[in-house]
Design a protein around this ligand. Structure first.
Ligand code: PLP
Length: 426
């Protein structure tokens, strides 16, 4: 089939009639499918069930330094968990604080602390005139929700396949002291699955912010989430690069085991400079006596070490790779060459990002919903839910069983075609 833009009005009208009939067929199927959130599937969760058995009532729950994990204490996490997560985050264990069950919670907490108490002796953000964050777009809706909640103004920065537009980042950060942070998902980004190039990471480490309390919020949520064994993205490690560049305090690095063990029941961590760690601990010691050490120990005993975790992630990849490939195959078969959409082909992470013709995304998502397939809301990948082009749609292939995913993607492709044909006829 030729590109839609090259079709005559008559051809488009005939096409629309044909696509509408197909859409009605889908509507009679009474589908109830969900491609909206990036959750692991049941089979993926089953991979970690051994974690339920690694600690039993007969086991000694003493950790390496002699601490009884059943009791209070150890504010920044047990040593063996620090070692495991440090290897996962490619940093030194001395740079880490282990938190509770959610890295998003740590990010929220980090923004909240800066708001009320400031960063390293600077004026709290709530007492400063205006606070702004740079938001690479499309991006992760829950990042944007945190900054919106605190009334922080969000500025869109376009993403490229190499990372955010660094000319724009450098210019804005250097010229505006109200800009205090930037949300980054540097590896297998949410939603595009892009990984930052070496040049991008180097330029981040060499930013010259006008604000002394500017920080990069480096959310390494998909650091070990490769889809392929022999074709993986590897990034320059940002903490080390910042140190090399003479900017050791510039970055907070976040990660968790949410999509490695159990989402909501994993362990999360922050890695950052000595100065930032000391600053955080002033709050932390008032906030808690310590996080869940039994869960930390459970993770260490289950994975053993980073090699165990890498092996475990291969099993995840074996489950989700066919799903990503099925979506890509259907999109190519149904939409390839039609000029009505583009999509990413990630080598890891949890999402595929789709861009429709301008002004079509909301209608496509609404149409999918009417036929029983829930997608992430159009606009969700932008601050304030406002996609200026109304074109980006996040596809989350991991959760549905393969059979459901195939049907859902076929319906999605049909909705893209129908909506695009209608758009071109307007
Ligand atoms: N960061 C990103 C980029 C994510 O995509 C997600 C989950 O989808 C999270 C953080 C959530 O992490 P956690 O479960 O550790 O709060």
């Amino acid at each position: 089939m030729k590109p839609y833009a090259e079709m005559s009005k008559e051809e488009l009208v005939a096409l629309r009639r044909d696509l509408k009939a197909k859409y009605h067929d889908f509507q009679t199927k009474d589908l109830k499918l969900d491609m909206s959130r990036g959750k692991p599937s049941v089979e993926q969760l089953d991979l970690s069930m051994g974690m339920m058995d690694v600690l039993s009532s007969d086991d000694d729950l003493t950790c390496e330094d002699g601490t009884d994990c059943r009791n209070y204490g150890v504010l920044t996490g047990i040593d063996e968990a620090k070692e495991l997560l440090a290897d996962m985050m490619e940093v030194n264990p001395s740079t880490i604080i282990i938190y509770g069950n959610s890295s998003l919670n740590v990010m929220y907490d980090t923004v909240s602390r800066a708001m009320t108490h400031g960063i390293m002796g600077n004026e709290p953000w709530c007492r400063q005139d205006k606070i702004k964050f740079l938001c690479p777009v499309p991006g992760y809706d829950r990042h944007f929700a945190i900054t919106e909640y605190f009334g922080i103004e969000m500025i869109n920065v376009p993403m490229t396949s190499e990372g955010p537009d660094m000319d724009m980042v450098e210019r804005l950060v250097a010229s505006d002291p109200a800009i205090k942070g930037i949300w980054c998902v540097p590896k297998y980004s949410n939603p595009q699955g892009y990984s930052y190039s070496d040049e991008t990471v180097r330029r981040f480490a060499r930013l010259e912010p006008a604000a002394p309390d500017f920080r990069i919020f480096w959310d390494n949520a998909y650091g070990v989430h490769h889809l392929y064994d022999h074709d993986q993205d590897h990034l320059i490690e940002i903490l080390a690069e910042c140190k090399r560049a003479g900017n050791p305090d510039l970055v907070y690095k976040f990660a968790s085991t949410s999509k490695i063990s159990f989402p909501g029941s994993g362990i999360a961590a922050i890695a950052t400079s000595h100065n930032n760690l000391e600053d955080i601990k002033v709050q932390l010691k008032n906030q808690t006596i310590g996080h869940d050490k039994v869960n930390q120990l459970r993770h260490v005993r289950f994975f053993g070490d980073i090699h165990g975790m890498v092996e475990h992630m291969r099993k995840h990849a074996d489950i989700i790779r066919p799903k990503f490939e099925a979506v890509e195959e259907i999109l190519e078969r149904e939409l390839g060459g039609l000029g009505i959409g583009q999509w990413t082909k990630p080598k890891g992470g949890y999402f595929i990002s789709f861009d429709s013709l301008d002004g079509c995304a909301k209608d496509i998502v609404a149409r999918c919903k009417k036929a029983g397939v829930v997608m992430t809301g159009a606009g969700a990948t932008y601050p304030y839910g406002k996609d200026p082009h109304d074109s980006n749609i996040r596809i989350a292939p991991t959760y549905p069983p393969l059979g459901d995913l195939v049907v859902a993607t076929e319906l999605f492709a049909l909705c893209v075609k129908l909506t695009s044909a209608e758009k071109l006829l307007k």
